[in-house]
Design a protein around this ligand. Structure first.
Ligand SMILES: CC(=O)SCCNC(=O)CCNC(=O)[C@H](O)C(C)(C)COP(=O)(O)OP(=O)(O)OC[C@H]1O[C@@H](n2cnc3c(N)ncnc32)[C@H](O)[C@@H]1OP(=O)(O)O
Ligand SMILES: CC(C)C(=O)C(=O)O
Length: 501
């Protein structure tokens, strides 16, 4: 029988517990509206007692979301529950999520409570919450490290007092698919009201098994899955909901489960969360990484050109990515090379010419990481562009003047003009602004800086900085550049010049 799986998103609550991530109300509303567009069933909008800002964000989301259920988190505390009540007043559809830890280590070391005290607290607070909410979710925090018989006891009390959804958190990402699936099977076997409420999974990724664990729970009776977009969250993060949604679709033969997620909004949703959380998506991330639909090796490219299904189980369009990508590099083969040249308008019917060109292409690819369209045109023209860098940073000096004003002096070597040194100076509202204004002035370019990002690529006091920039050139084209240096400002200047080059 086909099951209906509810998707519960906690990007705005557990996702915001990611160290370094902090959404303001406007950003939270923007994410909530996109989640609704994605087809989410429940949005956990926040933990209202935690701060006035969080309270107001939950209130605002409750007022703006029309179809999805909006939820708020509460400890076993009357004040927490009242705060969720107040924040969710305006919601069309609402639920409360009450939790308390049940494992021995949390009972003894964190809460200093006995099993009996936990049971009494669950009884008191679920009963209280039920007076105000039809939908009451209860979570025995750290369920996967709780004695299974005690877990059954706690859940029975919660259900008896009115809980309609029981969530089984793997709070510390400790379990594995076999064990988590067995836990759900055990609960099904031992809780008489199992089918009268909804059981849910909530997994963390400390051992890299959050998605696999969530799917194991679904196989064993969970009808709701909790997680976040891009898997952000406390420590190593949560189940990435986009992974579960696509896995249920691609492997519906295995899971026999439907849901109302609109998969073609997946990339948009992921991009928005990545941008507002300031957490770039790794290129090799499943479903939404830049490499998820890219094939560089020759044998794969040949297969994909003949039939994409040879190496693609997911079509990029399914998740809202416009097309796949066959980047040319040193591992590419003749089929992909010819295909690209034909797409650039060249006649590749002469096998002897193709053979010669392909040898030159491989020589070039051995030296260069990325073969650009310009490189390919150059191959045809008989020239090999080994290094197209026209401008190279020669020297850089930045000085603080006052009240944030900085002055930069930049020397750039023009490699296509006999290494002539260009020198200029300008001021800006910050050191990077001063450098970029100086370069614009020197090269007489009207460039708009779209994105600037710094990553540390090594650790410690001698860490190297990697700066990524996206600029808009006067002709409207976007160009990207990366600069690496021990000095952040030098890396910034190098990235900007690379984008101009
Ligand atoms: C597994 C999870 O992700 S749970 C959600 C975790 N998220 C967060 O903690 C983010 C928001 N948290 C906060 O802003 C703050 O921690 C607050 C406002 C909730 C509480 O702040 P404070 O009152 O200063 O307490 P603090 O955070 O230091 O300690 C937590 C207290 O709650 C108690 N507690 C923890 N969980 C629960 C629970 N489910 N039910 C009842 N009490 C609980 C702890 O035992 C501790 O109590 P104590 O002060 O009597 O020792
Ligand atoms: C509040 C609960 C569900 C939680 O976030 C966890 O246990 O990880």
């Amino acid at each position: 029988m086909v099951k209906q799986i509810q998707f519960f998103d906690t990007t705005l609550r557990d996702g915001e517990q990611t160290p370094g991530v902090n959404f303001n109300t406007k950003e939270k509303v923007q994410i909530a509206l996109q989640l609704e567009k994605w087809g989410i069933d429940v949005i956990e909008a926040g933990f209202p007692i935690s701060s006035q800002g969080d309270f107001e964000a939950v209130q605002e989301i409750a007022a703006q979301i029309k179809h999805a259920t909006v939820g708020g988190l509460a400890r076993c505390s009357i004040e927490d529950i009242d705060s969720v009540r107040e924040a969710l007043k305006e919601a069309n559809h609402k639920q409360i999520h009450v939790f308390i830890a049940t494992s021995p280590i949390h009972r003894e070391s964190k809460l200093s409570m006995t099993k009996a005290e936990i049971l009494a607290s669950v009884k008191k607070h679920i009963t209280y919450a039920k007076q105000y909410f039809d939908q009451v979710q209860f979570s025995p925090e750290d369920a996967t490290r709780t004695e299974w018989d005690f877990l059954v006891e706690v859940i029975e009390v919660a259900i008896k007092c009115g809980a309609t959804i029981i969530n089984i958190p793997d709070t510390v990402g400790y379990t594995n698919p076999t064990e988590y699936g067995a836990l759900f099977a055990y609960l099904k076997e031992n809780i008489s009201a199992f089918d009268e409420v909804i059981f849910s999974s909530h997994c963390h990724d400390d051992l890299g098994m959050a998605t696999a664990n969530a799917l194991a729970a679904i196989e064993q009776g969970a009808l709701r899955v909790e997680g976040t977009i891009n898997g952000i969250g406390e420590r190593a993060g949560n189940t990435a909901l986009e992974e579960v949604a696509v896995a249920l679709h691609i492997r519906r033969d295995a899971y026999q489960a439907e849901n109302q997620i609109k998969l073609d909004e997946t990339k948009n949703t992921s991009d928005l969360v990545s941008r507002l959380s300031g957490m770039p998506i790794p290129r090799n991330k499943a479903i939404i990484g830049a490499n998820a639909y890219a094939h560089e090796s020759g044998i794969h490219q040949d297969g994909v050109l003949k039939n994409p299904e040879t190496y693609e189980i997911i079509t990029p369009q399914l998740v809202g990515v416009s097309s796949n990508d066959l980047p040319l590099g040193k591992l590419s083969g003749r089929h992909a090379f010819v295909d690209r040249m034909v797409s650039l308008g060249y006649d590749m019917s002469d096998k002897v010419v193709v053979k010669e060109l392909f040898v030159k292409f491989k020589e070039l690819a051995d030296k260069k990481k990325n073969i650009s369209t310009t490189d390919l045109h150059a191959l045809i023209a008989g020239a090999t562009i080994e290094d197209q860098a026209k401008y190279e940073l020669a020297r850089l000096q930045v000085q603080y003047i006052e009240e944030g004003l900085h002055a930069a002096t930049v020397a750039v070597r023009d490699r296509q003009q006999d290494n002539r040194i260009l020198l200029d100076t300008d001021t800006g509202a910050g050191s990077v602004d001063a450098i970029y204004k100086t370069i614009n002035r020197m090269l007489k370019l009207n460039i708009i800086l779209h994105e600037y990002r710094i990553d540390a690529i090594t650790q410690g006091h001698d860490s190297q900085a990697q700066v990524h920039v996206t600029i808009q050139l006067p002709n409207g084209y976007l160009s990207y550049g990366t600069g690496i240096d021990f000095d952040v400002l030098t890396a910034s200047a190098k990235a900007y010049l690379q984008a101009i080059n």
